[in-house]
Design a protein around this ligand. Structure first.
Ligand SMILES: C[S@@+](CC[C@H](N)C(=O)[O-])C[C@H]1O[C@@H](n2cnc3c(N)ncnc32)[C@H](O)[C@@H]1O
Length: 225
C-alpha cells in the first residue's frame, strides 16, 4: 500500500489524537511559524492564508485577528482533525491530500509545516506543484520541516508493521531552484528544544528548518540578449 494511503487510513487521525492536547494549548507567541510571518511580513497586507497539512487549523486560528484577513483555508488528511477544527474554530477546512486538493484561488500566504516529510516519494512532485500553484505572485510561502542537506529517509517507528518512512531533505531549496522564489528569512532549530537555534550544535537527526520565501516569478531572472 502506498504510504499516503496508510497515513490517510490511520496515522493522520492517530497523530492528531496523540497531539490534540498540545495543539489546542498552543499559543501564537510560542509558534515559530507565526513569529516568522509576523516578524517579516506586513500583517496588513495578508488577506488570505492556506495551510496545507493544517491538522485542526489551530495555526489558521492564530491569524483570525489579522486586520484585513478575508480567507483562511486548511487541508489535512485527518478526518478527526478536520471535524475538530470546524467545530472548535469554525474554519473552512477540507479533508484532502496536499497533492490532490483542488481550489480555485491564489493566496497571499501558504503554510506547509512538517508535511512534506510524510508524503510518499511517488507524489512529492505533485505535492510541490500543488503548493506552488496556490501562492499568488508576490505572495509568501512558509515551509517548516526536518532538514538534511542531502535526501535521507528514516523508518517511521509509530507503524512498526508497515514499510513507512519519513523523508528529509532541503525542501525550501527545491522551490528556490526554480528561480521563482527568494528567501526572506529562515531559522534552523532543534526539534526537542525550539529555543536552540545554533545549527552547529544541533544533533543532525533533530535539525529542523523553517524558511519564509517570497514568490518572485521571473523578477530575479537575468535578462540576456
Ligand atoms: C506532523 S503533523 C504537522 C501538523 C501542523 N502542520 C503543525 O505544524 O503542527 C503532519 C500533518 O500533515 C497531515 N498530512 C500528512 N500527509 C498529508 C498529505 N499527504 N496531505 C495532507 N495532509 C497530510 C497529517 O494528517 C498531520 O496533520
Amino acid at each position: 500500500m502506498i504510504q499516503d494511503t496508510i497515513f490517510e487510513k490511520s496515522e493522520s487521525d492517530a497523530w492528531f489524537l496523540r497531539n490534540e492536547k498540545a495543539i489546542i494549548n498552543r499559543h501564537a507567541n510560542n509558534d515559530i511559524i507565526y513569529r516568522m510571518i509576523c516578524g517579516n511580513i506586513n500583517k496588513e497586507k495578508i488577506t488570505s492564508i492556506l495551510d496545507l497539512g493544517c491538522s485542526n487549523g489551530f495555526r489558521l486560528n492564530f491569524f483570525k485577528s489579522l486586520p484585513n484577513i478575508k480567507k483562511l483555508v486548511g487541508v489535512d488528511l485527518s478526518e478527526k482533525a478536520i471535524e475538530d477544527g470546524k467545530a472548535r474554530y469554525g474554519l473552512e477546512l477540507y479533508k484532502d491530500s496536499i497533492s490532490d486538493f483542488e481550489y480555485n484561488y491564489k493566496f497571499d500566504l501558504v503554510i506547509v509545516n512538517f508535511v512534506f516529510h510524510w508524503v510518499s516519494r511517488e507524489f512529492i512532485t505533485k505535492a510541490i506543484y500543488n503548493t506552488d500553484r496556490y501562492v499568488s505572485g508576490g505572495g509568501a510561502l512558509v515551509i517548516g520541516d526536518f532538514y538534511s542537506p542531502t535526501p535521507c529517509k528514516r523508518f517511521y517507528h509509530h507503524l512498526p508493521d508497515e514499510k513507512v518512512y519519513t523523508y528529509k531533505t532541503d525542501y525550501p531549496a527545491i522551490f528556490k531552484s526554480f528561480g521563482t522564489y527568494k528567501k526572506l528569512s529562515n531559522l534552523y532549530y532543534d526539534t526537542d528544544n525550539v529555543n536552540n537555534t545554533d545549527r552547529e550544535t544541533i544533533d543532525k537527526g533533530n535539525l529542523c528548518l523553517c524558511e519564509l520565501l517570497q514568490k518572485t516569478l521571473d523578477e530575479n531572472y537575468v535578462e540576456v540578449n
